[in-house]
Structure formats: structure tokens, C-alpha cells
Design a protein around this ligand. Structure first.
Ligand code: B16
Ligand code: MG
Length: 231
């Protein structure tokens, strides 16, 4: 039996859905490079860092670029993306996200953000919930992508809570694996058919509550499941 003392939230797909903006910006870049990027392709980029996403897109388009050219392409995509997210409003918060984070805090549970995005600060500010996180660990502070647990372990460390007392909320298979690899429990946001390894799956934070969170305390921590690492 553990005591849940902290909740660590992924951003894209859990708190907000910025995948549509990422898609528009990557699609525009692919168009300029002379090939099409489908919505199905975009699904594979969820939770993947900016440069790793670019590498995949170039691979799909059969295009080789130098490191300097890749830096320029990623910067171009990011400028379009930042332009879009700078117009985000609190109305774009996913249902129940703000309410659940608030209920955690009211119950004395610490809250952290654990995201691959380097733009998380802008997004949190635009949707008006930056004050609801004790700690923000994002793509500016980590070097190892999920399923490496670095982002969540840094969050736990900054909160001064041991990993076994943290619960991660994630929409990506690699994010669930990252939580387990860090010795944390993981709540999947999405479909149980996809997030088969999660300790609990809900369709969104509007379906989450403190009772369900407390029920996780009786489940054993699945530590170091490196077999969950995905390529
Ligand atoms: P940026 P998450 C991820 O956010 C997105 O899901 C992924 O599509 C994106 O490439 C990545 O952030 C990096 O974003 O270009 O803003 O640094 O799900 O980890 O919150
Ligand atoms: Mg995500």
C-alpha cells in the first residue's frame, strides 16, 4: 500500500489537445518539401520530441537533410506552431482537466507537469492554468525521450516526493512505459485497447476523481518494466 502524494500530468492529450496544431505545422512543412503528411502519420508523433518527429517525417518523405538544415526546418515548423498556440484560450482545456488538477491540490496532493514540449510554458499560460502546477518539467529540462523516465523522475525529485508515491497521467504508450520505468503508477487517458499497460484507463480527466485515485494506492507499483520500451 502506498500513499499518493503527487500527480504528474503530461500536457498534450491530457490537459490540452495541441496535436491538431502540431499537425497543421508539420503538414505545411511537408507540403513545402513536396510530400503529404496524413493524420494517421501524425498519430505516430504524439509525445515524440520535435527533432525526433522531424527525423520520422523526413524518413517518411524519403528526404535526407544535414543537421544544420534540420535545425532550420524544425525552427520553421516551430514558428508556425508558436503562432497558433499563442492564440489559445482557456476554452481549449480538455474537459475536466482544470477541475481534477484543482481537486488534487485541494486534497493536499502536489502537482507537476511532465511534457516533451519546449512550448509548455506558453500553452499553460494561454489556457490559464500555469498557477496550478508546483513544478513544470518539460522539453527544455530533459534530454532523454519517453519511455525513458527522466521527465517524470525530475518532476518527482523537484516535488521532493519518492517515485512510488507519484501517479502519472499520460495519453501515449511511451508515456505509460516511462512512468512504469520510473517506478510510478500510470493512469492512461484514452482507450483501454491502446493503453493496455496502464494501471487504470479513463477517457479523459472529466472521468477521473479522487476516489479512483485513492483506489490506485492498493495496487502494487510496477517497477522498472524496461520491457515496455518502444522504438
Ligand atoms: P515542441 P507532450 C509533445 O507533448 C507532443 O505530443 C509532441 O507531438 C511534440 O512533438 C512534443 O511535445 C514536442 O513539442 O515542439 O512544442 O517542443 O505529449 O509530451 O505534452
Ligand atoms: Mg501526450
Amino acid at each position: 500500500m502506498t500513499t499518493i502524494q503527487a500527480c504528474i500530468f503530461d500536457l498534450d492529450g491530457v490537459i490540452v489537445d495541441t496535436a491538431v496544431y502540431h499537425y497543421r505545422a508539420w503538414k505545411r512543412l511537408a507540403d513545402e518539401l513536396g510530400f503529404d503528411l496524413t493524420e494517421e502519420d501524425n498519430e505516430k508523433l504524439k509525445g515524440v520530441s520535435r527533432m525526433a518527429s522531424l527525423d520520422l517525417i523526413l524518413q517518411w518523405g524519403g528526404i535526407a537533410k544535414t543537421d544544420a538544415e534540420k535545425e532550420e526546418l524544425a525552427a520553421r515548423k516551430n514558428a508556425w506552431y508558436v503562432d497558433m498556440i499563442s492564440k489559445m484560450t482557456p476554452g481549449e482545456l480538455l474537459p475536466g482537466a482544470k477541475e481534477f488538477v484543482e481537486s488534487c491540490r485541494q486534497a493536499g496532493i502536489k502537482t507537476a507537469l511532465g511534457s516533451a514540449s519546449k512550448n509548455s510554458g506558453t500553452i499553460l499560460e494561454k489556457v490559464g492554468i500555469d498557477h496550478l502546477f508546483d513544478v513544470v518539467i518539460d522539453g527544455n529540462k530533459v534530454s532523454k525521450p519517453k519511455p525513458d523516465p527522466e521527465v517524470f523522475l525530475k518532476g518527482a525529485e523537484a516535488l521532493h516526493i519518492v517515485p512510488g508515491n507519484c501517479v502519472v497521467f499520460e495519453d501515449a504508450i511511451a508515456g505509460i512505459a516511462a512512468a512504469h520505468n520510473g517506478g510510478m503508477k500510470a493512469v492512461g487517458i484514452g482507450s483501454p485497447e491502446v493503453l493496455t499497460r496502464a494501471d487504470l484507463v479513463v477517457s479523459g480527466l472529466d472521468k477521473m476523481n479522487l476516489d479512483k485515485l485513492r483506489e490506485l494506492e492498493t495496487k502494487p507499483v510496477i517497477a522498472g518494466r524496461n520491457d515496455e520500451a518502444i522504438s
